[in-house]
Write a protein that binds this ligand. Structure first.
Ligand code: NAD
Ligand code: TYD
Length: 349
């Protein structure tokens, strides 16, 4: 395991993982293969661009011929697949690209890994494959999958293909299922960077429904360390959850974020809920702890550290929010119904 193909490496987690690999493994070569969709951004990799161990190639994981050529030319022995369409709200508006990339693209990479006899194929998956998790339970890797959004269904399909390639062809695979990541370089459609940057712009923070949905917000580099641990110590054919092992309500996340910014709670605006919104995700992380990994930040520390990064890095997010993002924001939030302030009765009359 020495020559890595990091698909989707110009996105949020992939770019953080590239930083992690180059910093911790001096003998590794890293090829980023990325289509550069709206979410891909070479600014995420700007500070490694001069590293001789790093190469960037623009390409689509659905393009089997180019994938094969890159694997041969770059002598790839390991694929870590981050490439995906990743935003639940976009999957509700338009699922097509999710099926293409997250399902068909995964198949193309698996076939290439099989054809060229790679040492490892690692699939980056999500806790959303478990669907809504009732109070009192935390998802185990052995739990049945029960995806409820087009995004979650496409990621689940990818996982099932990976498992099938292990069972059928003994392809050396591993899967990791991460909870919500936050930190540097996250595209500001996702809730934490959206809310920090909206607050910095003096705009409302659109909280879906009552804001009591629960998520496990983890620091992205803790997730990257967990993936590294799975790659180096995980058992073939196995799946590992990665998170903080703690979950908080969205409203609590918003309050921590506003406190860190010293911004007023009056920026909170409850809006019409997301259709099929999963109320709670929660992962049991004991299996990966058993391999000697542990998260270094709880949700609150991760949120505070993330807020500080966006405050210090306006160069990164301001151009994104001034570009095509404005169209998306208008489409997603422009006509969204604003709800009565929570806890207050509608005015009589
Ligand atoms: P992201 O949206 O920030 O980045 C995705 C990257 O994939 C982009 O660089 C994009 O250009 C690239 N890409 C998309 N389609 C492609 C294609 N067909 N071919 C090549 N490249 C393509 O995503 P992220 O948040 O960094 O997520 C990375 C992975 O982690 C995804 O598989 C996602 O499902 C998973 N995940 C994300 C989270 C989270 O909280 N963000 C949590 C758990 C798991
Ligand atoms: P998101 O970052 O989209 O991640 P996911 O849906 O994959 O967990 O959303 C995280 C939580 O924040 C989720 O419960 C939905 C909620 N949310 C809002 O309340 N308002 C928003 O504008 C967005 C984007 C999300």
């Amino acid at each position: 395991m020495k020559n890595f193909l990091i698909t989707g490496g110009a996105g949020f987690i992939g770019a953080n993982f590239v930083h992690h690999l180059l910093a911790h493994h001096p003998d590794y070569q890293v090829v980023v293969y990325d289509k550069l969709t709206y979410a891909g951004n070479l600014n995420n990799l700007a500070d490694v661009s001069d590293d001789p161990r790093y190469t960037f190639i623009r390409g689509d994981i659905c393009d089997a011929a180019t994938v094969a050529r890159v694997i041969q030319e770059q002598r790839i022995d390991t694929i870590v697949n981050f490439a995906a369409e990743t935003h639940v709200d976009r999957s509700i508006l338009d699922p097509d690209a999710f099926i293409q990339t997250d399902v068909y693209g995964t198949y193309v990479l698996l076939e290439a890994a099989r054809r060229f006899g790679l040492e490892r194929y690692h699939q980056i998956s999500t806790d959303e494959v478990y669907g809504h998790v009732p109070a009192g339970h935390s998802s185990l890797e052995s739990d049945p999958v029960a995806p409820r959004s087009p995004y979650a269904a496409s990621k689940t399909s990818g996982d099932l293909l990976v498992q099938a390639y292990w069972i059928t062809y003994t392809l050396p695979v591993t899967i990791s299922r991460g909870s919500n990541n936050i930190g540097p370089y996250q595209y500001p459609e996702k809730v934490v960077p959206l809310f920090v940057t909206n607050a910095l712009e003096g705009k409302p923070l659109p909280v879906y429904g009552d804001g009591k949905q629960m998520r496990d917000y983890q620091w992205v580099l803790d997730h990257c360390q967990g993936i590294d641990r799975v790659l180096h110590a995980g058992a073939l054919g196995e799946t590992y959850n990665i998170g903080t092992g703690q979950e908080i309500e969205n409203l609590t996340m918003v309050e921590i974020l506003l406190d860190e910014l010293a911004a007023p709670r009056s920026l909170i605006q409850h809006v019409e809920d997301r259709p099929g919104h999963d109320r709670r995700y929660s992962v049991n992380i004991d299996k990966l702890r058993g391999l000697g990994w542990a998260p270094q930040h709880d949700c609150e520390a991760a949120i505070r550290q993330t807020v500080r990064w966006y405050v210090a890095n306006e160069w990164w997010w301001r151009p994104i929010k001034a570009g095509d993002f404005r169209e998306y924001y208008e489409r997603m939030y422009g006509n969204r119904k604003v709800l009565e302030p929570q806890g207050e009765k509608p005015a009589a009359g």
